[in-house]
Design a protein. Sequence first.
Length: 408
Amino acid sequence: MDTFLAENLLDTIQRKNAPDLFEHPDFYGVDDLLTPEQRMIRQSIRDFVKREISPIIEDCAQRNIFPSFIVPKFGEIGAFGPTIPVEYGGGGLDYISYGIIMQEIERGDSGMRSTASVQGSLVMYPIYKFGTEEQRRKYLPKLGSGEYLGCFGLTEPDHGSNPSGMTTNFKDMGDHYLLNGAKMWISNAPEADIAVVWAKNEQGRIHGLIVERGMEGFSTPVTHGKWSLRASITGELVFDNVKVPKENLLPNKSGLGAPMMCLDSARYGIAWGAIGAAMDCYETARRYAMERIQFGKPIASFQLVQKKLAEMLTEITKAQLVAWRLGVLMNEGKATTAQISLAKRNNVAMALEVARESRQILGGMGITGEYSIMRHMMNLESVVTYEGTHDIHLLILGKEITGIPAFA
Ligand code: TGC
Ligand code: FAD
């Protein structure tokens, strides 16, 4: 990324003066289930979010600015590819540590977590898992450090929930592949140095290709007008007879299963991330309710407000336990796609509900950028849609339970 541009951008962003006082709710002592190393990671990412993200994120979201200068900083703190081995530029950590990192970043903002989870789970992971040794050495250290930003192109204008219908395709031209088609709704795309793109070959088999910025015929127009994830940049990937070198094909897995494996990893991270957004909303609402006086008393003294707080804490606690247990299964290599769907679906819906209830507790103040809740709430409308919609995850569970796919 251009350092001069990044510094100029930083100069224009208004920093919030109010300190970020966040402390996480831990009603069932989930902390006791973490190792000292995992707690240390949590603290260091939390400190980073308080120092680098909380002061600027509201202005970025209000003005629809992607704070790209955070990308190399994410690299420094190990937010990119936490489970990728250290020798390839990852963190060499376990899946619970990865989850905690996503939780803490999304506590700051879902868009910032998107940047990190796309880079780690959707770009570094497929290159590590399905790429050649040369591809790993060429791209992973630069992605891990944040020198490169990557994106993941699966969704198309006419194929969202049903990616197997994709029409983006490549032809074997002897000394290169010729790529044509378009992807839509791609996080990071307009600023990405490389894209991992899923396309069909002449036999209709899906493969991953690494497409680099600057290749002739490749463009990444920005998606404008979002009311959600406004501090994350989204765009299209357009391929007009792009000549892709043959060495850019990811050779070690083909078929829809390859991108689906990447999604398993990213959806797992989202299951943790959503808890971060929910905890931030809950804590904000709890503090506000203790201070806000109506009818001569703090609003926290009214039963209806206590009901909201009690239900929010209950749901956050359940989500924490689901995420932790799923992390154990991930570490043991036993987690199934359906288990990941349950956690992604439950925890994101929980976070959205907590955001809506918290917003109510703040009354009119809840709709302003003075507090983080409305931003989280709008962000979560994307989170509940991407990486498989709420209903698609229900159908994945339905298929697991009955053995009958109800997708088509
Ligand atoms: P289906 O027939 O079930 O499977 C087709 C082939 O894929 C294999 N497979 C898997 N393999 C490994 N791991 C998994 N999790 C797998 N899931 C499926 C399967 O075994 C089969 O293999 P084979 O060899 O028999 O052919 O596929 P389907 O076409 O019926 O679709 C199933 C469905 C609807 C569940 C799936 O397409 C789906 O999950 N759709 C949702 C799409 C989605 O999640 N898109 C996400 C785009 S990326 C994104 O949103 C990033 S946002 C990032 C951010 O900003 O944070
Ligand atoms: P559709 O598939 O058209 O679905 C519309 C509605 O129909 C939904 O409610 C859905 O649940 C329902 N529906 C569809 N099929 C069925 C069915 N069989 N049964 C019942 N209901 C059904 N994609 C990427 O590849 N890379 C990215 O980086 C990326 N980033 C994103 C960032 C943002 C901000 C957003 C909003 C999306 C992003 N996506 C990305 C795309 C995302 O994964 C898709 O939006 C999502 O998979 C849904 O696809 P769709 O929007 O085309 O909706």
